[in-house]
Design a protein around this ligand. Structure first.
Ligand SMILES: [Cu+2]
Length: 510
């Protein structure tokens, strides 16, 4: 119904316009064409001046009105090192082009009014004027040189790559329809190699698992996952694409770079404002306590008046600034800029994609072999457990299980990989020279009680011999075989029996 009324209105307006045209045509015939033309020129000239005034006032008023919403103004300071320079060159350019814009608009409409057609007036033609040519060549040339040199300077600053030996961290962003996959290098600080031919559902980036640099890499595909970066640390983003052209856009940091299939691009930036600091800027108040930017003092969720204020809920975002398809909008990712300490804690809690998803599957070229990264992470885990045990007052916390010490079936011969965990204990015994331990062997209840007793004793002794071989004094340790007498689980299930077959050490003195 509304549509029909709008259509009728348009039709009516059209009819009216046609009728007015007809009326003025008839009036022209009555009064004479020339008089009509002079009248028309006068009206058009006046309209030009009115339009010019409204247009220029509109430009200025809207710029002032929306100032706080524009990047580089109000609360939207550049949150990166290079962003400050970029904003400066933008403002310098705006200043000069703004002057030219206003002057040319005034000249355009003023001339249209001033030199409107009047009876007896003729246009003057200037075929050539050296002075004029010189003036309007030199002025733009000087201004352009100034802008181009300043712009080039800013460009070189923005696009500078990292140099050898510089302290920076590298991450990778891969665009695809419709998500950004973010990869962090893990503890080694190096991003592993990848190859598109290796892409499969388990390996969305085509990472080459035979490259050990890939083993600790963290891969985040979930759009809801918040990524973190440390403040004041140079970050190099390696930007790639899996399918079509995307664009890596982080407006608050003044970053915008195409993600091109088959051609890695990069962007180097140093975040200088933490998320918390940026929020504080948006929620700033004047000395009377009134918000400087009231539009940020509204509930972040329109439906829920109790939700945090918009400034409190603010997040830096990564968008795709290329119209890459109909799900383009959903490529949004959130990045938080935090202190180095907070970042370290977060990074340590992230899991390696290889270890969680690929390790010991058929795709793993290292299946069945212990990796350096695992030895390291087990070492860290051992240290944490030991420190907890040492700090605890409770006697039951003083007993720790060796999770990775194993024996050949039915014998007291240590498997080769057992040495890594035992070496962790060797290191701990040197770190804590007063520590004495009891090494305890336990079995399940399968087989004869006597046999189990002897086996557990032999296994405890095997562990003790290993430690002694590494230079730990035998006065600091005892070896005890408990056989099946101290089960931790029921011996009725396979899992329970597996849990009961174990080697432990108990801290006697520390
Ligand atoms: Cu895209």
């Amino acid at each position: 119904m509304t549509g029909l009324i709008i259509l009728l209105c348009i039709l009516l307006i059209f009819v009216i316009v046609v009728q007015i045209g007809k009326v003025s045509e008839i009036a022209g015939k009555i009064r004479g064409d020339q008089e009509i033309e002079v009248d028309g020129n006068r009206i058009n000239g006046a309209i030009s001046i009115i339009f010019m005034v409204l247009f220029l006032v509109g430009c200025v008023v809207s710029a002032i009105y929306y100032e706080d919403s524009m990047l580089g103004y109000g609360p939207h300071v550049a949150a990166s090192e290079h962003g400050v320079g970029l904003d400066r060159i933008f403002n310098v350019t705006l200043f000069f082009t703004g002057i030219v814009f206003i002057l040319t608009q005034i000249a355009l409409f003023y001339f249209a009014w001033k030199f409107q057609g009047r009876p007896g007036k003729k246009a003057m033609f200037i075929s050539h004027d050296n002075k004029l040519e010189v003036i309007w060549t030199i002025i733009p040339a000087v201004v352009m040189t100034f802008l181009v040199v300043g712009g080039l300077d800013a460009w070189n600053d923005v696009m500078a790559d990292v140099t050898e030996g510089e302290d920076y961290m590298e991450i990778e962003a891969t665009g695809q329809q419709f998500a950004w996959t973010i990869r962090y290098p893990g503890e080694d600080g190096l991003i592993g190699t990848k190859n598109y031919t290796l892409i499969n559902p388990n390996n969305p980036l085509g990472m080459d698992w035979s490259d050990e640099k890939n083993h600790d890499d963290m891969v985040s595909t979930g759009a809801g996952e918040i990524m973190k970066l440390p403040v004041n640390k140079k970050v190099r983003v390696r930007i790639t694409s899996r399918d079509v052209l995307h664009n890596f856009d982080m407006p608050h940091f003044r970053i915008k770079m195409d993600a091109v299939p088959g051609l890695p691009t990069y962007f180097v930036f140093t975040p200088t404002v933490t998320t918390e600091e940026y929020r504080a800027g948006l929620g700033a108040t004047d000395k009377n306590g009134d918000p400087l930017y009231p539009e940020w003092w509204e509930p972040s969720d329109e439906e829920d008046p109790e939700s945090p204020m918009r400034w409190e809920a603010f997040q830096y975002e990564l968008a795709c600034a290329e119209l890459c398809g109909n799900g383009h909008y959903s490529m949004r990712r959130v990045f938080e800029i935090v202190s180095q300490e907070e970042f370290d804690v977060w990074a340590a809690s992230q899991q390696s994609y290889y270890l969680t998803t690929i390790r010991n599957t058929d795709e793993d070229p290292f299946k069945g072999r212990l990796l350096d990264v695992e030895i390291k992470s087990r070492g860290k885990e051992f240290k944490n457990r030991l420190e907890t045990a040492l700090a605890s007052e409770a006697i039951e916390d003083k007993t720790l299980r060796f999770d990775y010490v194993n024996f050949n079936t039915g014998s007291a011969v240590l498997t080769p990989d057992s040495r890594y965990e035992l070496e962790n204990l060797v290191a701990a015994m040197s770190d804590y020279p007063n520590m004495t331990v009891e090494l305890a062997g336990h079995t399940d209840n399968v087989g004869g009680a006597d046999g189990n007793q002897v086996l557990s004793q032999n296994r405890a002794v095997a562990v003790m011999n290993f430690l002694a071989g590494k230079g730990i004094s035998s006065s600091r340790m005892t070896a005890v075989g408990y056989g099946p007498s101290v089960p931790v689980e029921s011996n009725d299930t396979e899992e329970g029996r597996a849990a009961n077959r174990r080697t432990e050490f108990k801290i006697i003195n520390q």
